[in-house]
Ligand binder design. Structure first.
Ligand code: NAD
Length: 363
């Protein structure tokens, strides 16, 4: 199959659909890969590296879209990209269609086969192509929070791990899923005093078994959120209620009574945020202050470490991309019910129920 990788065109998106190592796997399996020039250059994947991996470099996105049988991307296609898709062509990328009627209409009109990373599932009902980005955001949340605890960044001037003779900072993580677990790993690793809250007892049991006495695993109640937040130097919001807006667990009232110079990192901001005072920010201007508390609410945290995120994403998407390239979309989708869950639009129809329901398409 001829696989195409265009350069991402969304504002400040530096990730790329395939690493050179991913290209090599496809080429070794007998496929052809065309890559738009400079698509990974800013994150250390030069055209020469793609050529060494067996790709052909082309000068414009139009050539990628015109020639490729499957397009592998990162972000949802922008209108100009949707209009270059054609009937029967495969699009494999994040789509997030439910809140995006314009993109859905354009993909339906293209009659392409559009497989969304975010709805592919695994045998345990997990989301294997979303998990790598949650892992990145979870680990990054502590790194970002620790940086903003520094005095010059607006924080209280607290070192997460303390030093001998000075107690470590207190970190509260609300939500013990993928983001929360990875945040806990880094915070514990940096020597902080870490508490994690979750509503799921089985999850708390797993965390307790995994971390032993290094992590304080507590059932999430309003009382627990309030009492731990008031004594914390950093709070990370990492809850998810699938398909729903994030619940506002840290209220404006609690924030107003927290330590001045504490830092709150709302990773759940892409679902509306789980702190009442959260509003989305960007990597260029990541923080703002409410009642003396520094808020970090970057909606696309993985984009800040685009190189690591690209590698993590390719690791997860490549086995599926190979299946599709080896078998063709129809057979790959019919053979693998988990991949089939990713099919959102096909041949002019919306094929994913939640998207059809949200946007009023027939299903
Ligand atoms: P997940 O499903 O793995 O974990 C969510 C956890 O929240 C679950 O363990 C659940 O039991 C718990 N939870 C639900 N209600 C709770 C409550 N009231 N109190 C405590 N815990 C509660 O989800 P995830 O992959 O860890 O993602 C978490 C959030 O981070 C999502 O909103 C996701 O979209 C977001 N995210 C944001 C970015 C970003 O760049 N900002 C990147 C990746 C993920």
């Amino acid at each position: 199959m001829l696989v195409g990788v265009p350069k991402e065109i969304k504002n400040h998106e530096y990730r790329v659909g395939l690493t050179p190592a991913g290209v090599r796997e496809l080429v070794d399996a007998g496929h052809q890969v065309i890559v738009e020039t400079l698509c990974g250059d800013s994150i250390g994947f030069s055209d020469d590296m793609y050529v060494s991996a067996g790709a052909e470099i082309v000068s414009a996105a139009k050539e990628v879209f015109d020639r490729a049988e499957m397009i592998v991307k990162v972000k949802e296609p922008q209108p100009v990209e949707c209009k270059m898709l054609r009937a029967g062509q495969i699009l494999f990328t994040y789509l997030h269609l439910a809140p995006d009627p314009q993109q859905t209409e354009l993909l339906v009109a293209s009659k392409a086969t559009c497989i969304a990373y975010e709805t592919v599932v695994d045998n345990n009902g997990g989301l294997p192509l979303l998990a790598p980005m949650s892992e990145v955001a979870g680990r990054m949340s502590i790194q970002a929070g620790a940086h903003h605890l520094e005095k010059a960044q607006g924080g209280l001037g607290t070192l997460l791990g303390g030093v001998p003779g000075v107690a470590p900072a207190k970190v509260l993580i609300i939500g013990g899923g993928v983001v929360g677990t990875q945040a806990a790993r880094i915070a514990v690793g940096m020597g902080a005093n870490v508490t994690i809250l979750d509503r799921s007892l089985p999850r708390l049991r797993q965390l307790d078994a995994e971390f032993g006495g290094t992590l304080n695993c507590v059932y999430s109640t309003t009382e627990a959120v309030e009492s731990y937040a008031l004594e914390s130097d950093m709070v990370v919001g990492a809850v998810l209620i699938p398909g729903a807006a994030a619940p506002k667990l840290l209220t404006r009232d609690i924030i107003s009574r927290m330590k001045k110079g504490a830092v709150v990192v709302d990773v759940a901001i892409d679902q509306g945020g789980c702190f009442e005072t959260s509003k989305p920010t960007t990597h260029e201007n990541p923080t703002y202050v409410v009642d003396g508390v520094v808020h970090y609410c970057v909606a696309n945290m993985p984009g800040g470490v685009a190189r690591t995120s690209t590698m993590a994403l390719t690791n997860a998407t490549l086995p599926f991309a190979l299946q599709i390239a080896n078998k063709g979309a129809a057979k790959a989708l019919l053979d693998d019910a988990n991949l089939l869950e990713g099919l959102n639009v096909h041949d002019g129809k919306v094929t994913y129920k939640a998207v059809a329901d949200a946007l009023g398409y027939e299903f």
